[in-house]
Design a protein around this ligand. Structure first.
Ligand SMILES: [Fe+2]
Length: 327
């Protein structure tokens, strides 16, 4: 945070999310925090300059299948190569990882989910480069690939998907086009869903005319629900690259919402991540808070064995009434 004042969602931004199903919060994460994470990002991906110069070993995978039938052509549709730049969190660099659990992101999740009890359920970095494939997609909602059941209209047990911009997004960077829920409310959710909303072409044209292009500087956060119609667009900027963090938060207890299960991540580099996080950030990954019934002397010791560099004093103090005065 570098001591900067933390930007929170304004009341009009939360109202926009309620009414339209999405909101773009410009500059939500301080630019200095994005800049600090870029060395870690570019350990994972070529910079746009490296990519377009060719010869970077990491570049080959993007180019390899461009001529395959599933990736060819110019019509708007989903192509495997559109997703070749997805990489699941956690990454080797903790500064990059920390963006997924940035205090401003957790606060934004609290604001749109209307609860403090929020969980990060998806985190993947994403890179796109001009020319890899045609990035245009048809309008669709991410309903069948995020939740097993429809969202409630009163907002309880809600989820929210997020794109945290790690680079500036302008129109030629292939900005997401997004449609107000007010324009789609009359259509059953199943008909709106991935991979293409099953409505008349005339309706697609109306959405295109009324959609917003989610352009913004790096540090901006696009937030939208699983019932919101949107589409990716073609990248036309010569030599262009676009980088973002695909994040999703849900209300605790909404077990019908999900994507990446964190307990499986113990098979990769999980321990340094846990040891770098605060109590609040660990709660957002599903750790029981200090004072939770799960904690006793044995589980506390087991946690210390597994994460030797994690400061467990908040949990320890909550367990010992003589030290916390809680009980
Ligand atoms: Fe989508």
């Amino acid at each position: 945070m570098n001591g900067e004042f933390m930007r929170v969602l304004s009341a009009p931004e939360v109202e926009h999310f309620e009414r339209h199903g999405w909101v773009l919060a410009e500059g939500l994460v301080p630019d200095t925090d994005i800049a600090a994470a870029l060395p870690g990002l570019f350990q994972l991906y070529p910079t746009p300059e490296q990519f377009h110069a060719g010869g970077d070993a990491r570049e080959a995978g993007y180019r390899a299948r461009a001529e395959a039938p599933e990736n060819a052509g110019d019509d708007p549709r989903f192509r495997p190569l559109q997703f070749v730049g997805l990489k699941e969190f956690p990454h080797p660099d903790q500064t990059l990882n920390a963006l997924a659990l940035h205090p401003a992101i957790i606060a934004a999740a609290e604001a749109v989910l209307h609860t403090r009890d929020v969980r990060l359920y998806q985190a993947e970095t994403f890179a796109k480069y001009t020319g890899v494939t045609q990035y245009d997609q048809p309008f669709h909602a991410d309903y069948t690939n995020h939740v097993m059941l429809p969202p409630r209209t009163d907002g309880r047990w809600r989820q929210a998907q997020m794109f945290l911009y790690l680079s500036d997004v302008t129109l030629p960077h292939g900005a997401t086009r997004i449609v107000s829920r007010e324009k789609t409310r009359d259509i059953p959710l199943m008909a709106l869903s991935f991979p293409k909303a099953r409505v008349a072409e005339e309706r697609h044209r109306e959405w295109e005319a009324s959609a917003t292009s989610a352009v913004g500087p790096r540090g901006s956060l696009l937030i939208y629900g699983a019932d919101v119609v949107h589409r990716g667009t073609e990248m036309t900027l010569p030599g262009g690259g676009r980088f973002f963090f695909n994040l999703a938060y849900r209300t605790a207890g909404a077990d019908w919402v999900g994507a990446n299960p964190w307990p499986r991540k113990g098979m990769v580099d999980w321990t340094p991540l846990v040891e770098s996080l605060s109590v609040r950030q660990l709660e957002a990954l599903g750790f029981p808070p200090p004072g939770h019934d799960y904690w006793d002397a044995a589980t506390l010791q087991g946690a210390a064995d597994r994460y030797p560099r994690l400061d467990l004093s908040p949990w320890r103090e909550a367990l010992d009434p003589s030290r916390s005065g809680r009980l």
